[in-house]
Each structure stands twice: as C-alpha cells, then as structure tokens.
Design a protein around this ligand. Structure first.
Ligand code: FAD
Length: 368
C-alpha cells in the first residue's frame, strides 16, 4: 500500500530539503538512510561539546540571498570566514594566494612588486601551451608558489605526479593582489551556530525517518510504499553497476581528542609538502569559536576509492563522465524515480548548490 507520496533515499541536504518542501505542500514523505545518523556528509558528531565535522570540514557560503534566507530559517549562522594557512616544511603562508602570501615569499609589499615577481617567473619558463597540470600551474602563478603551495598538495590529493595530471584540473588559480585571506568570494558565509545537525533536524521535523536502513535490502517494498522514490545514493549502484563502476576519490580521517584548549589556533592548516601524507589538519572548535577545555583535531588523508570506501569526490574525467551519461539515460527511463544530489548526479555540489537544486526539483514536482 502507498502510505507515502515520496520515499526518499538519503537524508543528506538533497533529501532533507526535498522532504521539507513536500511537507510544506502537505505531502507525506518517508526518509531512509543507511547510516546511523541523519544529514549525510554535513553531519557533525558531538565530542567533548565540540561539533566534529565527521565527513570533512564544511563551510557554508553562497551568493544567493534566497538560499541564505532559506537556511537561516532553521539555524542562525556565525561570522566564520575560511582563511586556512599553508604549512610548507615548517613555514606558514596565508591562503588563498594573496598579498600576504607574496610578502611571505618575496617581501613584496605592493601589488606592482608582486605582479612583477610573478610575471618574471612566468616569463623565465616560457610555457606556450601547458601540457600538464604542472605547466598549467606554473604558467598561472610562477614556480615559487607552485613548488611550495600547489605541487605536493595536488599530488597527494590525486595520488599522481603533477606532470601526469591533465592541465584542465586547474583552469584558473585565484590570485589576489589585495591583503585578503578570505578563501571564498561569496557574499554570505558562516557556520551554523550549534552545528549543521540543527539545519537537518529543522528540515526533517515531523517527517518520518528510518536510520540504518539500506534501500537495496528491501527495494521492492520501499518502492511499493511510495507513489514516487527520490534517490540520492550512487547512480551506478541503483542500476547494480551493470555498466561498470564510476570512480571517486576517497578520504580517510584520523581524529584525536587533545587535553588542551587550543592546538593550532585556526580551523585549518594545509600541509603542502608531498612527504607529509595528509593534506590538512582541522581543529574543529575554531569553526564555532569554541571555549571547551579539550580540542579535537583531524588529519585528512586522501586515498584511492574502492567500493567499500566512502565516495567523496567524483572524478569528472572523460571516462567517468561518459559512463555517467550512460547511467543517466537509464535513469531517465525510470518514470517514478527522481535522481538528485551529489551521488545520483555524480557531480561535485557545494551545499548551497545542492539546496538550490533540491528546491528547484521540488518546485518542478509541485508544478510551481
Ligand atoms: P550526501 O550528503 O552524501 O547524502 C546522501 C545520503 O544518502 C547519505 O546519508 C547516504 O548514507 C545515503 N544513502 C546512499 N545510498 C543509500 C542507500 N542505498 N540506502 C539508504 N541511504 C543511502 N560543501 C560546501 O558548501 N562547503 C564545504 O566546505 C564543503 N566541504 C566538503 C568537504 C568534503 C570532504 C566533501 C566530501 C564535501 C564537501 N562539501 C562542501 C559538499 C557537501 O558535502 C555536499 O554538497 C552535500 O553534503 C551533498 O548532499 P547530498 O544530499 O547530495 O549527499
């Protein structure tokens, strides 16, 4: 029997926002998730009173007044600005690349001096048509910035040498000739006060949820429970991998609780040399200006993905994109299933983008 208008597979932002819109329209949803908690990758775990970003650090940023207003209905945001440091062989640099960074490199104090320095370095190498990521990066920012802040970091992220990576991975590199350490350019930015779980709990209030419930273990009975299914899991898994596996980059997080109030004085430090196996250390309390007695730090290690690991980043190269397009064709033939979110669309979505996409999809569904 159809007890629900929508059975929603996945309680991440896509599923939660879609469910919220349907609830507002008076429709009934069931949200299921195979994890033991709601929220997908924005879920935070409370450790010693600190919101630990369990699936990697999340900073909310958007240029859309509408999306900003939407999320602020559920939780207030603080004034956090993401401005990570880079540690290269024990020396600290400001990110993203800006006048502070250039001062730290060369002692240049004016935009003219910094520009000249970068132009000199670019000219010396004289790269006409970049053949790989290394040449592309050097042709954009010169070799000092490249060697110390880009090379090792990128090689760790992709598990390959920069010379073997395609140049298109780095289309542009944001270089700022101002003393501005704010990583994002968006108008609105912050961290939910009290954590991301408040946002998810607000969205899913009064909606039926089932945790530790894998759709595929009872697919036909879930299909029967709802008029339609909203699927936010991996698209290839929906079709039983019949065309092959889509590839991802995965991550491994190593967290520890330290018996001190402040470990590194900032939310994120990137470790940009190749020899250190992790790419960054996160100190979670700094996202919320925490004053707890203890602190939790997390080292982030990139790793190859296999089907037993969490799929973090889609690999949007030609092979995977064309495989995705073939799955998408199969998805289009499923008339009672809506595919949405980062796994079902095999797309790197930021939070504000996935919210926008779920709102749009829900409105289309409601004929608005
Ligand atoms: P998810 O959050 O992945 O939710 C999908 C849910 O579906 C999961 O809970 C999963 O358990 C469930 N599911 C899957 N298959 C099944 C099944 N068979 N049965 C039941 N349940 C199932 N965005 C930003 O805006 N700012 C950031 O700073 C930022 N940092 C990020 C850092 C990292 C390391 C990563 C990986 C992403 C980051 N993002 C960031 C992106 C952000 O996480 C996503 O935009 C957002 O979480 C996507 O929501 P979603 O609902 O599409 O997917």
């Amino acid at each position: 029997t159809k007890n629900y208008d929508y059975v929603i597979v996945g309680s991440g932002l896509f599923g939660a926002v879609f469910a919220y819109k349907m609830k507002q329209a008076g429709l009934k949803c069931l949200v299921i998730d195979k994890r033991e908690h709601l929220g997908g990758n924005i879920y935070c775990e409370n450790v010693e009173g600190i919101n630990v970003h369990k699936y990697g650090p999340h900073i909310f940023h958007t240029n859309s007044k509408e999306i900003w207003g939407f999320v602020n209905q559920f939780v207030e945001f603080n004034h956090f600005r993401y401005s990570p440091l880079a540690n290269y062989k024990g020396t600290l640099y400001n990110l993203p690349f800006n006048m502070h960074t250039f001062y730290q490199f060369w002692g240049t104090q004016t935009p003219e001096e910094a520009k000249q320095k970068i132009e000199e370095q670019k000219a010396k190498l004289n790269i006409k048509k970049p053949q790989n990521l290394e040449e592309q990066a050097i042709s954009l920012v010169g070799n000092d910035v490249y060697e110390r802040l880009i090379k090792g970091y990128t090689e760790k992220q992709w598990g390959r040498n920069a010379k073997d990576l395609p140049s298109f991975i780095i289309k542009r590199l944001p270089v700022r000739y101002t003393y501005d350490n704010n990583y994002f350019n968006d108008k609105y930015q912050g961290i939910p006060i009290g954590g991301y779980n408040k946002l998810i709990d607000g969205l899913l209030e009064d909606i039926d949820v089932l945790l530790k419930t894998d759709y595929f273990e009872n697919k036909s009975s879930f299909d029967e429970m709802g008029t339609k299914v909203v699927y936010t899991g991996k698209i290839d898994e929906f079709f039983d991998y019949q065309l092959g596996y889509l590839n991802y980059r995965s991550l491994r997080f190593e967290s520890e609780t330290l018996d001190k109030t402040n470990h590194q004085g900032i939310a994120a430090i990137n470790y940009t040399e190749r020899e250190i196996p992790y790419t960054r250390i996160i100190e979670h309390k700094h996202f919320e200006y925490g004053t707890q007695d203890k602190t939790v730090v997390t080292k982030e290690y990139p790793q190859e993905w296999d089907k037993d690991k969490e799929p973090y980043y889609p690999v949007n190269d030609e092979t995977n994109s064309s495989l995705y397009n073939r799955y998408k064709k199969l998805a289009e033939a499923e008339k009672n299933v809506i595919f949405g979110g980062r796994l079902a669309e095999y797309k790197y979505y930021d939070m504000h983008q996935v919210i926008a996409s779920a709102l749009k999809r829900a409105e289309k569904e409601l004929g608005l």
